[in-house]
Design a protein around this ligand. Structure first.
Ligand SMILES: Nc1ncnc2c1ncn2[C@@H]1O[C@H](COP(=O)(O)OP(=O)(O)OP(=O)(O)O)[C@@H](O)[C@H]1O
Ligand SMILES: [Mg+2]
Length: 317
């Protein structure tokens, strides 16, 4: 690791105070440093053996899932990020290290390129994020495929049923719980799949005047593009806005997906894809509802729109 930027960063800590932002639940920090006029972000993560979470007791399984999320992110940055089209901005990768369960990811600081996080999104921000997602999804579209389609990335989404046995057990008995495996199988059986971001919440995007940058690829893997769209919606629209705007925003997403499929010369039967993914919309919501109902049943994301979609899914099974 000699001569690396990471050594430079460690040395700089002797003369500069660390101004780090804590990562999820004490799993490390995100710090920034500068060399000349270049600014960098260093994400340093290590899952503590005694990780505690307010909503659910941690088990060896859940600790392993968290470690795996850092492995996945570095794997994505090593093997996949470079094939994205130019329009789908991501931070430039500078250095990746892993030693004794510690993951060091050094990226360019996207604020240097004028991108900033936003606490609230307006309709323009939502549309631009949908375009980013459409570009990302178009890049890896395929017919069929399973857990091993994208190397060790496996399934996308942090709520995938296979990765959430503890939350499933904690979930009270209900028709959704009884249908959970059938819903998962339905989603797994779709023809059209791609690599999804897996945690496409507003906090994992940053904005400048004209475009969007996406990052945090800890839950990237195979799935349906619309599950990223669903999660984005849960962070920028309330139940009423979902009822009035979701349909129009879905049209915008599909228009952009078609455009990106054309631009990227992807050979896919796009009408069939759109039909299939639209048919899956209620199952995607029900699947996320299943996770929330086990993880944090009072979560405000379990709103009327989500409940309606779940009912639709249960009727359609
Ligand atoms: N390349 C970067 N340039 C500038 N800021 C960054 C960069 N990467 C991450 N950040 C900032 O650090 C925060 C945490 O990074 P990231 O989302 O990758 O980690 P995380 O494990 O999801 O952390 P958390 O769950 O606490 O959000 C981001 O929300 C963003 O504000
Ligand atoms: Mg994040």
């Amino acid at each position: 690791m000699q001569h690396s930027l990471y050594s430079h960063y460690l040395n700089s800590l002797q003369t500069h105070e660390q101004s780090a932002q804590a990562l999820w639940n004490g799993c490390g920090f995100l710090d920034k440093f500068q060399i000349g006029s270049c600014k960098y972000a260093v994400k340093l993560s290590k899952v503590p053996d005694d990780l505690k979470h307010v909503n659910i007791r941690q088990t060896p399984f859940s600790l392993q899932r968290k470690v795996r999320s850092y492995v996945k992110e570095q794997y994505f940055y090593t093997h996949y990020v470079e094939s994205l089209p130019m329009t789908c901005h991501t931070p430039k990768v500078i250095e990746l290290h892993e030693f004794d369960g510690t993951f060091v990811t050094i990226l360019e600081d996207f604020e240097q390129r004028g991108f900033h996080n936003k606490a609230d999104a307006d309709s323009g921000d939502i549309e631009r994020t949908l375009k980013w997602l459409a570009g990302f999804h178009a890049n890896w579209l395929r017919v069929g495929g399973g857990e091993s389609s994208f190397g060790l990335l496996g399934y996308g989404n942090y709520w995938h049923l296979k990765t959430r046995p503890d939350e499933f057990e904690k979930m009270p008995a209900s028709s959704l719980k009884s249908a959970a495996h059938a819903i998962n199988e339905k989603l797994d059986a779709v023809t059209f799949k791609t690599l999804i971001h897996g945690d496409a919440k507003l906090a994992n995007f940053a904005f400048n005047d004209t475009s969007v940058i996406g990052y945090d690829f800890q839950h990237t893997g195979i799935g349906l593009g619309l599950s990223d769209v669903m999660l984005l919606f849960t962070t920028v629209l309330d139940s009423e806005q979902l009822s009035s705007c979701a349909s129009n925003l879905l049209d915008i997403y599909f228009t952009e997906l078609r455009e990106q499929i054309k631009n990227q010369n992807v050979t896919i039967e796009v009408d069939l894809l759109e039909n299939e993914w639209r048919e899956s919309w209620c199952f995607i919501w029900a699947d996320f509802h299943r996770f929330l109902a086990g993880w944090k049943p009072e979560h405000p994301k379990i709103n009327q729109y989500m409940k309606t979609q779940t009912q639709l899914a249960l009727c359609k099974l």
